[in-house]
Design a binder for this molecule. Structure first.
Ligand code: ADP
Ligand code: MG
Length: 296
């Protein structure tokens, strides 16, 4: 007779590759909330033996590398694990061209953009958009490899250098440069709801905190909440960071991060983001139950 698979209660798996401040915050929040969370150093494990993942579990994929998280999410989903974010949302947010297309289809305001397939047509696109423009890799983060271009000579230099950098740089994503008054905004959404907002100020035009941008808290106006909810409805997902520019015509959405770092937001706003994410993950797999599995 075949022996039955031993029962184990659903739990949250957190694969990580380095204990950054975010993962340490998640560990502390799990302890504080009494939510069963299995932290695993994915850098020393191989699928499937290293991961005790079962249908009904949730996983918050926290590797540093976005491609690692995407691969893990796809594997975990194949076993019926609910991943945060779903792999489809990681894919969408991991590609700025796909995100722009999705925001466009939903009528969400964003900086004007153009996508070109050759360096020649990228230069033509920059010329017709008018300078300055920003060339961005479709897949990238931490403000890396962004180029603010102010004239045709610059556009030619950037476009032809990018063309020589291989296939991942051979599609050109070009945005209008937005005068944003020395800062941009970062909102965090959990379960489709905006939960924190900070301003990132910098003397440099690139305001990422990873590049020295200084975070400070700010109030979330009601109209911005509505805009952010529409972003969540268009993109989907459980845990998003939405970067916005404030312009005279209103807010525009610059980027949606599907695997966000969030320690800057926690430090600036004091909002318990790790607790909110864990609670959200728990509610997905154990709706209506407390962390001991008893009705709430
Ligand atoms: N079109 C733009 N106009 C003005 N500033 C920009 C523009 N695009 C990006 N930036 C600045 O660069 C930062 C990083 O750009 P982003 O598109 O978010 O790339 P990454 O994924 O590397 O964070 C933004 O937070 C903003 O400060
Ligand atoms: Mg960004």
């Amino acid at each position: 007779m075949k022996s039955a698979t031993p029962f184990r209660a659903p739990r949250i798996l957190v694969p990580y590759s380095r204990l950054r401040p975010e993962e340490k915050m998640l560990q502390a929040a799990a302890e504080r909330l009494g939510i069963p969370v299995d932290f695993r150093d994915a850098s020393s494990l191989a699928w499937p033996d290293g991961f005790d993942a079962k249908a009904g579990d949730a996983a918050i994929c926290r590797c540093v590398g976005q491609t690692h998280n995407l691969a893990l999410a796809r594997l975990l989903e194949s076993r019926g694990v609910r991943t945060i974010n779903p792999s489809s949302v990681m894919t969408l947010c991991g590609d700025k061209i796909a995100t722009a297309a999705c925001l466009d289809a939903a009528g969400i305001p964003q900086p004007k953009y153009s996508v070109a397939a050759t360096p020649e047509s990228a230069v033509d696109a920059a010329e017709s958009m008018g300078y300055p423009v920003v060339f961005k890799p479709a897949c990238g983060s931490w403000g890396r490899l962004l180029a603010k271009v102010t004239d045709r000579n610059g556009a030619e230099a950037v476009a032809f250098h990018k063309a020589a950098m291989g296939p991942s740089h051979s599609v050109f994503f070009i945005q209008e440069y937005v005068e944003k008054g020395g800062s941009d905004l970062r909102a965090i959404l959990v379960g489709g709801e905006p939960v924190s907002l900070m301003r990132r100020k910098s003397d440099h035009w690139i305001t990422n905190t990873a590049r020295g941008g200084k975070p400070e808290p700010c109030e979330m106006p009601g109209k911005l909440i509505l805009l952010l909810r529409s972003v969540a409805a268009a993109i989907g997902g459980d845990f998003l960071a939405v970067d916005l520019f404030e312009t005279e015509e209103g807010w525009t959405v610059n980027e949606v991060n599907g695997q966000p770092e969030f320690h800057g937001s926690v430090e600036a706003t004091g909002v318990d983001l790790p607790g909110k994410v864990l609670q959200h993950a728990w509610d997905l797999i154990q709706p209506g139950l407390d962390s001991a599995g008893k009705p709430r």
